[in-house]
Design a protein around this ligand. Structure first.
Ligand SMILES: O=P(O)(O)OC[C@H]1O[C@H](OP(=O)(O)OP(=O)(O)O)[C@H](O)[C@@H]1O
Ligand code: HPA
Ligand SMILES: [Mg+2]
Length: 180
């Protein structure tokens, strides 16, 4: 385990098992419909690549980069689009792939953007959910694991751009970010 990690919450094996289950469910639910899978960068990049391998129906992928945490463990409250989609979503069934829903601000902003662009349907899958921190009323259509009220890193999630490559999800020691 990395020295800056206080506790591993879910191992690589546990995460992969959950990703498989989510992929199977999504494959069933979207059978026969045209599916555009949207990865919310940067955090969702690892989950996205594992998830699409578990989905067995035809799909297209696109990427959007948004940021609101920056160098902090608290949301700035302002969601910035850093990179937009390459394709129009009008008339498409879109599935937003998130690594974590925390306050819910990022997702509520994205859902609003995609609905305004006239997507046929907007669904959400997240591998991690922290419902206790929610400031907007929002429930994902598909979710992996529910997390406690702690700042977590790994499996794509960062603190100040670090720790994304840890294969598990763990609680970051407070000493790492205390006073910052
Ligand atoms: O529900 P919220 O409170 O909005 O938090 C969730 C969002 O925050 C993180 O992104 P971040 O802004 O850190 O950008 P990153 O993905 O590049 O790390 C994470 O990847 C989610 O997209
Ligand atoms: O707990 C978290 N860790 C990393 N990034 C995040 N973005 C929202 N919540 C978190
Ligand atoms: Mg981040």
């Amino acid at each position: 385990m990395h020295n800056d990690i206080q506790e591993v919450l879910y191992s690589e094996e546990q995460i992969m098992q959950k990703v498989k289950e989510l992929g199977q469910q999504i494959s069933q639910d979207f059978e026969g419909r045209n599916l555009l899978v949207i990865c919310v960068l940067k955090g969702a990049f690892i989950f996205m690549s594992d998830l699409v391998k578990s989905i067995t129906i035809p799909l297209e992928v696109d990427f959007m980069a948004v940021s609101s945490y920056g160098q902090s463990t608290k949301s700035s409250g302002v969601v910035k689009i850093i990179k937009d989609l390459d394709v129009p979503v009008e008339g498409r069934n879109v599935l937003i792939v998130e690594d974590i829903i925390d306050s819910g601000l990022t997702l509520s902003y994205l859902i609003d953007v995609l609905e305004r662009r006239n997507a046929l349907s907007v669904s959400v899958v997240t591998i991690f959910d922290k419902p206790i921190r929610r400031t907007v009323d929002l429930e994902p259509d598909y979710k992996g694991y529910t997390l406690p009220d702690a700042f977590v890193v790994g499996y794509g999630l960062d603190y100040a751009e670090k720790y994304r490559n840890l294969p598990y999800i763990g609680i970051l020691k407070e000493a790492v970010y205390a006073g910052k």
